[in-house]
Design a binder for this molecule. Sequence first.
Ligand code: 5GP
Ligand code: MG
Ligand code: MG
Length: 189
Amino acid sequence: MRIADIQSHIDHELVSKPQIEELIRRVAAQVSQDYAGKDLLLVAVLKGAVNTMTALSQALTIPVQLEFMSLSSYGAGTQSSGTITVRKDLDCSVRGRHILIVEDIIDSGRTLRWLVDELNSRGAASVEVFALLDKVSRHEVQVDVKYPGYVIPDEFVVGFGLDYDERYRNLDSIAVLKPQEYQDQGEQS
Ligand code: 5GP
Ligand code: MG
Ligand code: MG
């Protein structure tokens, strides 16, 4: 689905499909170089990071293992609380493995901070991060991002995996919806 297909719902586009593709190509080339000859495990958090995981993994030139985790962060409205519950855990041990966390977006940074600490405590050999989008002005905790994506303003975005109330994940770029679309604020995870 493209912006043009849902024009009446969209306020503005923030990151275009070509911009996403360019970033993914650049990061994939760097990751392929950095992990050449190493055993790399990509870990993505469902469901928002699925598109980024698919795009990045296909653009790599090295073989990797793909694993998924489902986390929920309970908080009111569009705020993440920092209290993380594991809804679906990884299918494998990370002990001694090199891990790259593939994330959709960093907001407060609490989800990522928790995940980095968790994987390190499980004995990973290394834990690095790629995040497609980063709301730098919203960070509440410090996270080191080895492969940074696009810095975006403090606006609630949808597309390329990101939802509003489980919709718009299949938009192929990143956009902000019209204000009237954000009526009922449910739990965000
Ligand atoms: P954090 O723990 O960094 O505050 O929140 C990260 C998670 O909150 C993201 O992985 C995503 O699921 C959700 N989130 C944060 N900002 C946005 C946004 O602008 N749009 C959408 N759809 N989800 C967001
Ligand atoms: Mg996420
Ligand atoms: Mg969500």
